[in-house]
Design a protein around this ligand. Structure first.
Ligand code: PMP
Ligand code: GLN
Length: 392
């Protein structure tokens, strides 16, 4: 038989699915895959239910329901002062994942280089490769994960078609600084490159830090596409409703990619997300505040039992070193032991690298109920105490 596409053949199942399967098999507390364990606002879910019953439930317009596209444009103005035309500058997608696929397919041609910042969300590399693009990776390193100017500069060339950045960033929990964003803008303009901005964690930013979309920087409006996810903004990750905002010239081919990927997204979910985006400021502030408290609860507990917890300014995630705990030499080994022996699932941070990854960090997801966080900490503590007394 002829070979299947090497981009997808023989590769591993995504780490998030793998860890969730293991968590289920071992009855573990699942702090691996990033999802809240309480569903988002009831009024948004009721809106989706009402709209499902009342209908219509037929194909919505390909680029998204007008009311959701208008709500996305309004949110861009309200939060970032961006002036977006809902008719030509917004596309609704089935999750940010689809949005990423559409943008990469539409902007990247075979042989184009795409700059990626590593650690990277795991779909980026296969998606760029599937488009025939050539990934050029630039690494940021713990604990500060600061972008190195020389390294980024060296990654750009005449062949650079785009940079794909994730800000706020999974798994580092970093919000890019103004200076880092300015550097990215300068390089994009110097090399006439596009910026694909995965900003799914835009509203999950803590301690007064502010998320500033790259699109708001001078000279970037016409070369940037910005991706959001209702899954993250409304704690409804299973809904898979995303949105792309960008200039009409870029959204035209991106919309053509979208028309043959999913074509559209369930209409009741679109109506409910339109309703959700118009929630008042207290909703958005409450979301971030609630998550920051969970972050603190988990960070304090993990530190107390010997993990090295790195700073976390945003997202759902804490990245931790485990060098003092005798959990093994690699993060994969540590996660395997944690899920099978301690009954707590985490994610090895090496899964966010294209190769030659550092292996000393694991990622814990903290968007869980307080008692779930406490249960996970109690399990970890009991396991580590038992392991210590065994080796003593
Ligand atoms: N980008 C990043 C950085 C993510 O962490 C995720 C996971 N939610 C996605 C994209 C995918 O988002 P969605 O579930 O809306 O497809
Ligand atoms: N974004 C989520 C994470 O980082 C996972 C999403 C998925 O499983 N597709 O955990």
């Amino acid at each position: 038989m002829k070979s299947t596409n090497p981009v997808f053949t023989g590769i591993e199942t995504t780490i998030f699915e793998t860890m969730s399967r293991l968590a289920m098999a071992h009855n573990a507390v699942n702090l691996g895959q990033g999802f809240p364990d309480v569903d988002g606002p009831q009024d948004i879910r009721e809106e989706a239910a009402r709209s499902l019953v009342e209908g219509p439930n037929q194909y919505p317009p390909m680029l998204g329901l007008p009311e959701l596209r208008e709500a996305v444009a309004e949110a861009n103005s309200r939060f970032y002062g961006l002036d977006i035309d809902p008719k030509s500058e917004v596309i609704v997608t089935s999750g940010a994942t689809e949005a990423l696929a559409d943008c990469i397919m539409a902007l990247v041609s075979p042989g184009d280089e795409v700059v990626l910042i590593e650690p990277l969300y795991d779909c980026y590399l296969p998606m760029v490769r599937r488009a025939g693009g050539v990934p050029v990776r630039v690494r940021v390193s713990p604990p500060s994960w600061t972008l190195d100017e020389q390294a980024l500069r060296a990654a750009f060339s005449d062949k650079t078609k785009a940079i794909l950045i994730n800000n706020p960033m999974n798994p580092t929990a970093k919000v890019f600084s103004e200076a880092e964003l300015q550097l990215i803008c300068d390089l994009c303009r110097e090399h006439d490159a596009y910026a694909i901005c995965d900003e799914v964690y835009e509203h999950l930013v803590f301690d007064g830090a502010e998320h500033r979309p790259l699109m708001t920087f001078e000279g970037m409006r016409e070369r940037t596409v910005r991706i959001g996810s209702a899954g993250k903004t409304f704690s409804l990750t299973g809904w898979k409703v995303g949105y792309i905002t960008g200039p009409a010239e870029l959204l035209d081919p991106i919309g053509k990619a979208h028309q043959w990927v999913t074509f559209t997204t369930p209409p009741n979910l679109q109506r409910a997300v339109a309703y959700g985006l118009r929630k008042d400021d207290s909703y958005y502030q409450g979301l971030a505040l609630d998550l920051a408290q969970k972050r603190d609860r988990m960070a304090k507990g993990l530190e107390a039992i010997g993990f090295t917890v790195l700073p976390c300014a945003a997202t759902y995630f804490l990245t931790c070193g485990f060098e003092r705990l005798g959990l093994g030499t690699t993060d994969v080994e540590a996660c395997q032991r944690l899920v099978t022996e301690a009954g707590v699932a985490a994610v090895p941070v090496s899964a966010f690298y294209g190769g030659n990854a550092p292996t000393g960090f694991v990622r814990f997801c903290f968007c869980k109920q307080d008692w779930v966080i406490d249960e996970a900490l109690a399990r970890l503590s009991a396991f580590l105490t038992a392991a210590r007394s065994e080796s003593a």
